[in-house]
Design a protein around this ligand. Sequence first.
Ligand SMILES: Nc1ncnc2c1ncn2[C@@H]1O[C@H](COP(=O)(O)OP(=O)(O)OP(=O)(O)O)[C@@H](O)[C@H]1O
Ligand SMILES: [Mg+2]
Length: 728
Amino acid sequence: MNHVILAAIDDLLGLERKMEKTLRRSILSGGGLSKEELEAVKRYEEGLQKTLDIIAPAGMEIKTDKILVNDLYARTLYAINWPNYIYPNWISEEVNYDAHMNISQFIYPADNKAILQLLRKKVTQIRSSIHMLEQRGIVRDPALEAALQDAEELRDLLTRGREKLFQMGLYLTIYSEDEDQLKKLQTDIESLLGGKLVITKPAFMQMEHGWISTMPFGIDELEVNRNMNTSPAAACFPFSSSDLTDDHGILYGINRHNDSLVIFDRFDLPNANAAVFATSGAGKSFAVKLEMLRSLMFDTDMYVIDPENEYRELCEKVNGTYIPISLESSNHVNPFDLPKAVRGDEASVGETLRAAVINLHGLFKLMLGSLTPAEDGILDKAILDTYALKDITLATENPLEKEVPTMRDLIDVLLSTDGGENMARTLSKYTDGSYAGLFDQQTNVNIDNQMVVFQIRDLEELLRPIAMYVVINLIWNRIRADFKKRMLVIDEAWSLIQHEDSARFLYGLIKRARKYYLGVTTITQDVEDFVNSPYGKPIITNTSFQILLKQSPSAIDNLQKIFYLTEGEKYLLLGSEIGQGLFFAGNRHVAIQVIASPQEASIITTRPEDIAAKKGTKKPEEPKAHAESILKSADVITPAEETKGTEETKGTEETEETKATEETKATEDFGGAISKVPSVPSVPSVTSVASVASVPSPAPSPTAAPDDIDNSIILRQATPPPDTEEKS
Ligand SMILES: Nc1ncnc2c1ncn2[C@@H]1O[C@H](COP(=O)(O)OP(=O)(O)OP(=O)(O)O)[C@@H](O)[C@H]1O
Ligand SMILES: [Mg+2]
């Protein structure tokens, strides 16, 4: 059997003996080789590299209590005693134990008939013992009664065929690089198993047999077996199920281990925060947008900080509020805002203001750069004084009803304070200088909608963390006002992590989010930033749900350390395709493929080809007109007609385009340029729909065009139109 396995491995590795086969064939076909030639062939065969040569150790020393394989010590243990009861998957702890070891189980079916006879004999013996005791006046012996009951139960089950009898052997070979470690590992494993009443012994004098028995050959050379019926034998099945399927929640994708659906509600986890890590283009934003789209159906409010202008289409499709924040836009957010209402501890007098002052302090430190301890104190007092100008103090009963100050007021206060002039001068950049207009006026944006997207793409790199800070603060104020299920998505969160003050702010938010029924999703390309920030690790610790998609080789080692990835998980991430990765939900790990329906994909894609293709269907150009004329003559529905008739969503895109504002200009230009390429319009977009259509659509949208229409276009397009047929 061994050589069959090895030959199969040889074939797989491409080490198959092609030459040998050719020679054999020539002999069989009567080519006839001389004795010398056969000798040469034999020598040639011996010289071939075989799997065995690669995997065999250079040497082995077999001792009574261990084996030395190269420079690795190995010791085999076998189970001699089992408890009366074992629970399913009891062995998972040993399987997942962080040590180098091989575990093998041998299960032999036993002959029921012989066992039944044996049991009958046993039952008769026990009964007569009980009878004798009764005659001697001893009322009852619980041990005997229990044994009788067990034997009778087993007899019943065996006779009815509900259970079968097996013999089971469990062997473990542990490995270590030094003897002391091996001894320690043995003690650990023995106590781990002993805790479950599975008693083991080392295979003294039989180490080689033990070692072979735990190799993947299926050879039991120890033969230390114990009787076991079906249920406990089944409970020894060593694979822990890594399912992530709940009866409620949203669909995230397909489990790559067993093709089951990954459905769960992240609000069921200890906290609803999520962290997403992957390289650029691996599908981070895609996965999060899909989650958002599906969560909207369950009445969850969404807030998004969008640094790339990629949530716009999604936002408009669901009638969300889209707020571009830039120096040119007329949207203003006042960082001095106080929450409209607060609940719990923060509702007490002074507490709302105190919390606001702490947040503002962090913000101004971000704006000002480093501060001396003296300046720090001055700033703190100046913020309080600024509020006091508007009659808001720590003693104010109801500060929320008053008008709040703006940055100009703070600058005035700083100018009139000793030591505050420098800070005032720096901050005046935000009121009179190049950054004026954004944060120095009363808030004029309304965020009362199920989805609100803040787009900060057009902001300078330097202003981004500041804008994120201010916007998150605005959202945080809104969240504290009433109790509702909400999600906050911070895409490209690295720009917050890289500054200590904003990282601390984000950490504080993530830590407190749970109490406000909020799930914060942070999306990051760069693992380095997280590792290097003192707040990176704590942020990850405070997220129960983590999505890891494709990783670059440079980032994987850091990630492995942070998430305690196994080697297998590490290589899975390195080799992942777009949309593939790992989901960690609490303690459960699952390899997943994120899958969107074609309709969902068309709303959330950021791939330039897809966007260009979508635009292509809107603006017919020469090549498309040609394609359409072919389709028309084939008497099928053209994509254009189909759009008019069935897909209401597409109809709105025309108006969207005419509405296009400055914010989308760059993408529009990009799309426009691409749509001039002749091969882009209509047909490729149809093919892309068809190729995805074979995947079961998890959440079909009611307005969606049926997939079979798209398919029919392709199919019929391939057959020549009837009139051309006649002509030919
Ligand atoms: N699960 C998926 N199924 C199908 N296509 C996908 C999937 N995930 C991603 N894609 C495609 O890949 C494109 C890029 O994905 P996405 O925008 O999510 O990248 P990203 O990881 O956010 O990159 P970046 O860090 O540059 O923003 C998507 O627009 C989409 O077309
Ligand atoms: Mg992205």
